[in-house]
Design a protein around this ligand. Structure first.
Ligand code: NCD
Length: 308
């Protein structure tokens, strides 16, 4: 695979060999972190995190990753309010200026396509940290790394994607990565209002990935190796009424979690609202906090790949 300059879409990762290499690098990062053997490969380099939408995990894990690699961080955690955007500065001017101070920019924006537009003009690597209802490729890399670590394989899996498939950008980025592996079957479970957009269903068809759509957990969740639950993305609804109709449509409680196969895993990019009850956290299948931690190591591997 040609060396990537920017990370904008999960579709850029076309080579399972590259993913394997990245996952091994992430695993090495974890070992070096645990044994305090990190060697500051990014000393003197700076990552800017330019976030126009809220974030805890993504921004903190990017910043922690950069610092653990010996680099520094410049942050605009509420760029919508605290950057010159409030004065009317365009994104492209902001990118031009920030790229003079930083060696890479992780950007989160409410408008799909913003990261791609930034990459067109930026002299330094742009990393898409979520572009509205578009994509969230580094989350999907963390998710695949989690599945590999937890289940030991990425092929032949039955994966249930549950919840807001319309607006969930983590899902939009996960699909191209799952599509790289043979024998993957995907169950798309959502209320009809939150169905996966046609373009993504067409993508799966084009790639020859077996998938089914439905509204019910029952009869599907029992077969899954991975149950990936998503938050209904309240911030994307036109009105509170529309959100209220679907907000608690799926709630994974202890009883439902126990219906999964003993070695299945439950994933969630977090934050969760009501879709997974806290009582599930004690279930060995609950992988979501481990998944969040893995985000740190995959971002370390990715930053080193882009910048070292
Ligand atoms: C996700 C996001 O921002 O898209 N969170 C994350 O990055 N871990 C998922 C969500 O907000 O529901």
């Amino acid at each position: 695979m040609e060396k990537l300059k920017h990370v904008i879409s999960a579709r850029q990762f076309k080579d399972p060999e590259f993913l394997l290499w990245l996952f091994e690098s992430a695993h090495q990062m974890e070992r070096d972190d645990v044994f305090r053997a990190l060697t500051d490969p990014l000393r003197g380099r700076i990552l800017a995190t330019l976030f126009f939408e809220p974030s805890t995990r993504t921004r903190f894990s990017f910043e922690a990753a950069m610092q653990k690699l010996g680099g520094g961080v410049l942050t605009a955690e509420n760029a919508r309010a605290n950057s010159s955007a409030t004065k009317g500065e365009t994104i492209s001017d902001t990118i031009r200026v920030v790229s003079g101070y930083a060696d890479a920019i992780a950007i989160r924006h409410y408008e799909p396509g913003t990261a791609e537009a930034a990459a067109r003009i930026s002299p330094v690597p742009i990393i898409n940290a979520g572009d509205g209802v578009g994509e969230h490729p580094t989350q999907a890399l963390a998710d695949m790394y989690t599945i590999k670590k937890e289940l030991g394989r990425l092929s032949g899996l039955r994966v249930a994607l549950v919840g807001d498939l319309l607006n969930g950008r983590t899902i939009h980025s996960l699909l191209p990565l799952l599509s790289l592996y043979p024998g993957v079957t995907i169950d798309l479970i959502s209320p009809w209002q939150l169905r996966l957009p046609l373009a993504y269903r067409e993508y799966l068809m084009e790639k020859g990935v077996a998938f089914h759509e439905g509204e019910k957990l029952e009869g599907v969740i029992e077969e899954a190796d991975v149950a990936y639950i998503t938050r209904v993305q309240s911030e994307r609804f036109a009105s509170k009424d529309e959100y209220d109709v679907v907000k608690d449509v799926y709630v994974i409680n202890a009883e439902i979690a126990d219906r999964l196969k003993p070695d299945a895993i439950i994933m969630h990019a977090l934050p969760r609202v009501n879709e997974i009850s806290p009582e599930v956290d004690a279930n060995a299948r609950a992988a979501y906090f481990r998944q969040a931690k893995n985000g740190l190591y995959i971002r370390m591997a990715l930053l080193k790949y882009l910048l070292a």
